[in-house]
Design a binder for this molecule. Structure first.
Ligand code: SAM
Length: 477
């Protein structure tokens, strides 16, 4: 793998850059595989809601976690000794874990060290697809906090939505808007995460095909686009709120120079982070304002190239978002509540809403936030889609099966791996289910979806657009 000479030249003088080590690590062919497990779901499997459980949550059969090692800056990330064919592991479709590059899990440290995660927070993940940072943020924030997970590109917003559904949290709104739309929510968010579109040099080792797209002109274009995105987002951040900016580019223009531009343009303070020397993360300072940044080189740190920098907004005007006028959402009726209640975990403090025929659950204490976001931004999905009512019955949505608010008393059948793969292909499955009607299918305790057991057949309700198409002999993923 040949890295562009112009990239090598442009990195001369960048903190922590060693040309020979950089060339060597890209030629080595070494691949690092890492996953982050879903603490919300594991807690549920074990019938308790504590997140402070030190054992690997994913059952051993699927992922060889016995030989995995912890990622030191992450509470739920693991390096795997080899890359399994993830697509054929039903647990990934159940949202038990997410395949995420290790360096980007450092976002956890940025959140922990700059924010009080016990407080109810409003968090915006502005450039969120496919959802790596959003699923991490979901795991970090409290149940009384709100995550708005936004992606501007429609097709990518669909993938973001899928990954958020699989992760299962109810306190998430997925939006599909240009960053400028968030100017309609002035002083709204406590934290804004901008994992900016960038020239992508940090991923060259993992995605060599991206090398051909790298150019100095593209770095310059990305620099301008990053400025536009930041300028759109800053008004939506509260006074005292935290901005977390990251890229997977090594280029100083997209990293330290953006930090200097930000400090020139807005009244923000740079926030330092603590790192452990053994993690190999390079602490950098911008030229003009000495803003703190943290750069990950794959020859120093076990992960791909990454840069992150945090800021606190000093002052803001007194604007606030206009209150909602007429909502697109209505509260569910008494009858609808009575039909839905047995499907939900007892005592879950959810407000039920109706949009057209669809019912959804959203945390009660976030009602005002929900209505405000719905009023101002195009929402793809809010909370947990529950399904539709037909007569006196619920036609349950797939999202309910994967959610962390579903009742543990719903009848379920356990599938073996080959049956689970058949189910995920949306093929006919045969199981000996005694119960007729809606039934959850589970794999190793995790909900995978719904079937409906009829007198003479079983209907498979796995979403058509998510089904596995790939054959096992078609290679790895
Ligand atoms: N945060 C994501 C994660 O962890 O999975 C990765 C985000 S990726 C680095 C950057 C995202 O920004 C892409 O999904 C891309 O579609 C989106 N994007 C591209 N152009 C944009 C723009 N002008 N404004 C906002 N987002 C943009």
């Amino acid at each position: 793998m040949q890295v562009p000479q112009q990239l090598l030249d442009s990195l001369t003088g960048v903190a922590g850059f060693h040309k020979e080590a950089f060339i060597q690590v890209h030629e080595s062919g070494e691949q690092v595989t890492s996953i982050r497990v879903n603490p919300g779901k594991w807690s549920m499997v074990n019938g308790e809601w504590s997140k402070n459980i030190g054992l690997p949550p994913v059952p051993q059969q699927s992922l060889n976690l016995a030989s995995a090692t912890k990622i030191p800056w992450s509470s739920s990330g693991y390096y795997l000794p080899e890359r399994p064919a993830f697509i054929f592991d039903p647990l990934i479709h159940a949202g038990a874990y997410y395949v995420q590059e290790a360096s980007s899990m450092f976002l956890e440290q940025a959140m922990l060290q700059t924010t009080d995660l016990q407080q109810p927070l409003r968090v915006l993940d502005l450039c969120a697809a496919p959802g790596g940072k959003s699923t991490l943020l979901q795991s970090l924030i409290s149940a009384g906090s709100l995550l708005v997970s936004n992606e501007v590109i429609k097709s990518r917003a669909a993938i973001l939505e899928e990954n958020c559904i699989k992760w299962g949290g109810a306190n998430v709104i997925v939006t599909n808007a240009d960053p400028s739309a968030f100017e309609r929510l002035p002083n709204f968010f406590d934290v804004i995460v901008i994992d900016a579109p960038c020239s992508g040099s940090g991923l060259f080792r993992r995605e060599p095909e991206a090398i051909g797209e790298w150019s100095e002109q593209n770095v310059a274009l990305c620099y301008q686009r990053q400025q536009r995105i930041l300028a759109s987002a800053l008004p939506a951040l509260k006074e005292g709120g935290v901005l977390i900016y990251s890229t997977c580019s090594y280029s100083k223009e997209e990293d330290e120079d953006i930090a200097d531009w930000l400090m020139d343009t807005f009244t923000v303070d740079s926030l330092p982070l603590q790192t452990n020397a053994s993690w190999g993360i390079v602490e950098t300072r911008s030229d003009k304002h000495q803003a703190c940044g943290y750069r990950f080189f794959p020859y120093n740190t076990k992960g791909e190239g990454f840069f992150i920098s945090c800021f606190r907004k000093q002052e803001s005007g007194s604007h606030s978002a206009k209150p909602p006028k007429k909502s697109l959402l209505q509260k569910a009726s008494r009858n609808e509540l009575a039909i839905i209640q047995p499907w939900l975990q007892p005592g879950s403090p959810m407000q039920l809403w109706k949009q057209k025929e669809e019912l959804l659950a959203f945390p009660q204490q976030l009602e005002k936030d929900l209505l405000t976001v719905v009023e101002h931004i195009y929402v793809r999905r809010a909370g947990i889609a529950l399904g539709k009512i037909a007569g006196n019955d619920l036609l349950p949505d797939h999202a309910l099966a994967l959610s962390t608010i579903i009742s543990p008393s719903i009848v379920a059948v356990t599938l073996k791996k080959d049956q689970a793969i058949q189910y995920l292909r949306r093929e006919e499955i045969s199981v000996s289910a005694l119960h007729k009607g809606w039934t959850l299918v589970q794999y190793e305790h995790y909900n995978v979806g719904w079937i409906k057991v009829l007198a003479n057949r079983i209907n498979n309700y796995y979403p058509q657009e998510w089904r596995i198409l790939k054959r096992a002999d078609a290679g790895d993923v």
